[in-house]
Write a protein that binds this ligand. Structure first.
Ligand code: 3HC
Length: 695
């Protein structure tokens, strides 16, 4: 009776302790499964122990199946079979949880005869976030332990349930303090002493709850109609009222169906993508120590950035020009932090501590001692240059000077200082205390450790940093600027803004581009078009006529109550004046409108997005295709189940994309040009995924 390289056995009196040690997160790969199978069978056969207790080494209990094994041929014992086998152990089998018991980890725990956990542990079934459903008995055992409604909530949200709640629900039998090994041992002794009850979960009865099942299915149909895995998950949970083996077989069928879907491939790509973007050339550089931050500008962005820094425990010095503006900034930050308390993101006590870290003052002179300054004033190059010139004189040596500009040239800004190596772009997304994306814009002379500091700061702020090169709009806004023109061309040529939005919402975007425009404020696009007017090539078709007229009428979207739509009493209504504006713009351009079906709208919009994304990769603005994907998933509401624009592009294929662009170019050869990279990929039969390999 011995373990293997990742599962070991230790005998302590009548207790057999089984330790899983498979860093970094004890994922249930083949070695773990085989090790558990052999260990539990061996201990049972050996006959010396009275109880078997499983625990994990390292930072967490089993965090799920090994996701890297998905898509490869399954290797026995597969999880659901193994867990059935473990559950049938003649000796009582218990486990001690620390860290996060997720997915196949929680399913392992539920197959044990009792579960204890340390304070601070969390449990969950996050398979849904990977386009899957619990596939190792979770949909069958959770309803037996906690009832159908609670099982549905946990499996459909994918959330991490705090141990206290899990205990109250009956998912965890006891909360016990101590190191995982000690807790496992103590719990096992409690079983021997008859103080901790054991039973097989599959023997428990399930209370049917058709009403909960039907209400949940109805909600999914109206809210997330495009997704397969939530629907299958509910159906699998409903199957818990069947005999155990039947319910389990159904769960397995649904799991395999989801595993083979584009949806799960997209979401698994997103999962690894969020982690892969940290792989940058500067990753070996040592980040500078950041203990304090200065923020210039108390508007929406500056306040959001300050909030985010304060929530991360960093003291912030907020600087504004006037006392009034400063007071507004402090008020916004306070409201943001209050909101975080309301949403359960922080305690009232933590909010008070965060606010105590805020210093507000007018003038830049108070920034002499901070480790990093983020400038977040309005987008005007001259103003930014003046500020950076002053910062250069005021800030201490080694302080990092960052701009939150969303498109301006970081190199030009850096050139106004005597320390361009200390300058970079930190492009936050609004609302900055909520959005998790940070574009770290690397100038020609930015030092590697300054880039590494940007990434370290993002981690501290619980954000995902993506490395971007310098160009107008960096990764996200450059691509956005390009494909939004397609939306305007579609409307000029005959589609209605509402149809365009609905088609793209059907594709999976949370909101179509016109609703997003109304939300962000149409004045932003208006100013961008004015700024770029002088550099617009003569051959470029102008798509802004309709949006210009809306802005000129003062209809800048939600904040003015009217834009593409009218906003009244929390409702989005038609704008009765919109059609006249559209007709006028079409007439002005001599266009006879034609019909578009929803598929053509989606195809044109996505092809435009992919084209510019390909150029961004080719120009080296993004390191790899996956970096573009993560920017869009985290910053632009791109549907996660599609994996990002370039992951989605691979589902179409480069050859088909080239064919489409060439067809569209018949009408507009300036806008629709085949990117050289895409042409090469089509010729060579390669994919964007090929360019992500090795990360
Ligand atoms: N399989 C394989 N690798 C995994 C993994 C998994 N389940 N979970 C995490 N990893 C890897 C990450 O990719 C990362 O690798 P890297 O260092 O090379 O980038 C490393 O482990 C550390 O992960 P994090 O950086 O995410 O570490 P954190 O401490 O921030 O978070 C965590 C830990 C909360 C466990 C988080 O990693 C997580 O949420 N993991 C996924 C959990 C999950 O989805 N489990 C369900 C899997 S599906 C399943 O179980 C199917 C079953 O029902 C049959």
């Amino acid at each position: 009776m011995s373990g293997n390289e990742v599962v070991s056995i230790e005998e302590v009196g009548k207790v057999a302790l089984v330790c899983i040690d498979n860093p970094p997160v004890n994922a249930g790969g083949y070695g773990v499964r085989k090790g558990l199978q052999d260990a539990v069978a061996g201990i049972n056969a050996d006959g010396r122990a009275e109880v078997i207790a499983i625990y994990c080494a390292g930072r967490t209990f089993v965090a799920g199946a090994d996701i890297t094994e998905f898509g490869k041929p399954p290797r026995a014992p597969i999880m659901p079979d193994l867990y059935n086998e473990l559950e049938q152990s003649a000796l009582p089998l218990i486990c001690a949880i620390h860290g996060t018991a997720l997915g196949g980890g929680l399913e392992l725990a539920m197959a044990c005869h009792a579960r204890v956990a340390v304070p601070g542990a969390r449990v969950g079934l996050p398979e849904i976030l990977l386009g899957l459903l619990p596939g190792a008995g979770g949909t069958q055992r959770a309803p037996r332990l906690i009832g159908i409604p609670a099982a549905l909530d946990i499996a459909l949200s994918g959330r991490q349930v705090p141990v206290e709640e899990a205990h109250a629900l009956g998912l965890i039998d006891r909360i016990m303090e101590g190191a995982p090994r000690d807790v496992a041992l103590a719990a096992a002794r409690a079983v021997i002493a008859g103080e901790l009850a054991v039973r097989r979960t599959s023997d428990l009865a399930v209370t049917p709850d058709d009403a909960a099942i039907e209400a949940t299915l109805a909600k999914l149909t109206s809210k997330r109609p495009a997704l397969l895995s939530p629907r299958r998950c509910v159906q699998a949970v409903a199957g818990a009222t069947l005999p155990f083996a039947e319910g389990l077989a159904q769960e397995r069928r649904f799991f395999m169906e989801c595993l083979g879907s584009d949806e799960s491939r997209g979401m698994i790509h997103a999962f690894f993508g969020e982690r892969a973007v940290a792989n940058i050339p500067e990753k070996t550089a040592t980040p500078r120590d950041i203990q304090s931050i200065g923020v210039i500008g108390g508007g929406t962005m500056g306040s959001g950035i300050s909030t985010s820094a304060l929530m991360a425990g960093l003291p912030v010095t907020l600087v504004e020009v006037t006392d009034e503006a400063l007071a507004r900034g402090v008020k916004t930050i306070t409201a943001n932090l209050d909101g975080a308390v309301k949403r359960g993101k922080m305690s009232a006590q933590k909010r008070d501590a965060a606010l105590a870290g805020l210093t507000a003052m007018t003038g830049l002179d108070g920034l002499g001692n901070v480790d990093l300054v983020i400038e977040a004033v309005f987008e005007n190059m001259e103003v930014k240059k003046e500020i950076f010139g002053k910062l250069d004189r005021i800030c201490k040596p080694g302080a990092i000077l960052a701009s939150n500009t969303s498109y301006l040239d970081i190199d030009e800004i850096a050139a106004t200082t005597s320390r361009p190596a200390d300058v970079l772009g930190l492009h936050f997304f609004s609302p900055a205390h909520i959005m998790r994306l940070l574009e770290v814009v690397v100038g020609a002379r930015t030092a590697p450790e300054v880039v590494a500091t940007g990434f370290a700061l993002a981690r501290k702020m619980k954000k995902v940093a993506v490395r971007a090169g310098v160009c107008d709009g960096f990764i996200g806004n450059r691509i956005l600027g390009h494909y939004l023109k397609t939306a305007s061309y579609l409307v000029l040529d005959g589609a209605h803004p509402d149809q365009v939005d609905k088609a793209l919402e059907g594709f999976g975007f949370a909101m179509g581009p016109h609703r997003v425009g109304d939300l962000a404020g149409l004045d932003i696009g208006y100013m961008t078009r004015k700024r770029l007017a002088a550099t617009r090539p003569a051959e470029e078709r102008y798509g802004g006529a309709i949006a210009d007229r809306l802005s000129e009428n003062g209809w800048n979207g939600r904040k003015t109550g009217k834009g593409y739509f009218v906003y009244e009493d929390g409702k989005t209504l038609e704008n009765p004046d919109l059609n006249a504006i559209i007709d006028e713009a079409r007439a002005g351009a001599g266009i006879t409108p034609r019909d578009f079906d929803d598929q053509e709208i989606v195809d044109r919009y996505m092809t435009a997005m992919i084209s510019e994304a390909a150029r961004v990769v080719e120009d080296g603005i993004a390191l790899r295709p996956v970096d573009v994907d993560v920017v869009f998933l985290m910053g632009y509401g791109f549907p996660r189940f599609r994996g990002g624009p370039l992951h989605y592009a691979d589902t179409i294929g480069a050859a088909e994309l080239v064919r489409r662009i060439e067809a569209y170019a018949q009408e507009d050869a300036h806008y629709w040009q085949v990117p050289a990279l895409l042409r090469r990929m089509a010729d060579e039969g390669t994919s964007f995924a090929d360019m992500n390999k090795g990360i």
